[in-house]
Design a binder for this molecule. Structure first.
Ligand SMILES: Nc1ncnc2c1ncn2[C@@H]1O[C@H](COP(=O)(O)OP(=O)(O)OP(=O)(O)O)[C@@H](O)[C@H]1O
Ligand SMILES: [Mg+2]
Length: 284
């Protein structure tokens, strides 16, 4: 697992920022968040590569509703090169499709990660950001992808199991000596105080038990319309037209960038309103 960290250190010499979007529990919105991040960054004219690294049950291409010729597993097995497998989704946003329904891919090894990273390295310099949509849990492959990324966003929802599993993932990364930033992002939040306090609890648990800071990037409200949009054309159109989703994703990106890049003007998001509401507790 340590070699992922070596890759990370080496890549620091370049400017591509590699961000893993992961979770303890499945179905919490990693793919939605990855697409949202990609859309906001692409809108800022940043070149983004979205990597669907959910091995076995990848679904970005399903959400996209576009036929895929080659995927990440073909790249790892040497059936094609990474350039050939990458597809353009929209301006500034490309996708390396993931592998779905290939049993063999679930026996992913360290050398497969190394091969994938070597191939990705050849193209990463073309992008400002690579967003790795990982699987969920604390299995070997998820942890390998996270360790190899510069930063990890842990997505969770306001459910006891989701927050416990998010904590387990953060704990695992910490124990593996992960040095990059770890962020938490709460999804499917109903606008109640109790839902939001969970993000604070996660942050303070990590602080208390590991003496480590994680930043809460924001919160995405539950929107029943989201799960009704089954194709990217529809989902993309819906999300771009949803002021609430875009404001909140822009806040997430703004918090992620922190470095003060020009984000243009934007309205106060649900999250910033909420931060005001929760006051000092959320800071620090
Ligand atoms: N904020 C939200 N409001 C309503 N529905 C949502 C929201 N976020 C995600 N969903 C829905 O929840 C389901 C799971 O989302 P998504 O596929 O993004 O999760 P995931 O973590 O990538 O799942 P997996 O672990 O299977 O890869 C989808 O049907 C999606 O449309
Ligand atoms: Mg997913």
């Amino acid at each position: 697992m340590k070699s992922g960290q070596a890759d990370r250190a080496e890549r620091r010499l370049r400017k591509t920022r590699v961000i893993a979007v992961s979770s303890g529990k499945g179905g919490v919105g990693k793919t939605l968040v990855s697409l949202g991040l990609g859309m906001v960054l692409a809108n800022m004219k940043k070149d983004v590569l979205l990597v669907d690294a959910d091995l076995g049950t990848a679904n970005v291409n399903v959400v996209l509703g576009i036929p895929v010729e080659y995927n990440l597993w073909d790249v790892v097995k040497g059936r094609t090169d990474v350039d050939n497998a990458i597809m353009a989704i929209e301006d500034h946003l490309d996708l390396l499709p993931g592998v779905s329904g290939v049993y063999e891919a679930t026996f992913w090894r360290m050398r497969d990660t190394e091969k994938l990273w070597r191939e990705l390295d050849a193209v990463l310099s073309r992008y400002d950001y690579a967003i790795i949509d990982t699987g969920s849990g604390i299995g070997n492959t998820v942890v390998q992808f996270c360790l190899a990324a510069d930063e990890v966003i842990v997505v969770f929802t306001p459910e006891a199991t989701s927050i416990t599993d998010a904590y387990a993932l953060i704990k695992t990364l910490h124990k593996e000596g992960y040095e990059g930033n770890i962020y938490a992002l709460e999804n499917m939040v109903r606008k109640t105080q109790s839902d939001l306090v969970l993000a604070v609890s996660l942050k303070s648990m990590v602080q208390r038990f590991f003496n480590r800071e994680i930043e809460v990037l924001g919160a995405i409200p539950f929107d029943p319309q989201i799960s009704k949009q089954v194709r990217y054309q529809e989902l993309g159109k819906y999300l771009k037209g949803s002021d609430e989703f875009m404001f909140n994703m822009r806040t997430v990106v703004k918090n992620l960038l922190k470095s003060g890049e020009d984000m243009g003007s934007y309205e106060p998001s649900f999250w910033s309103k909420l931060r005001n509401f929760l006051g000092r507790t959320m800071r620090g």
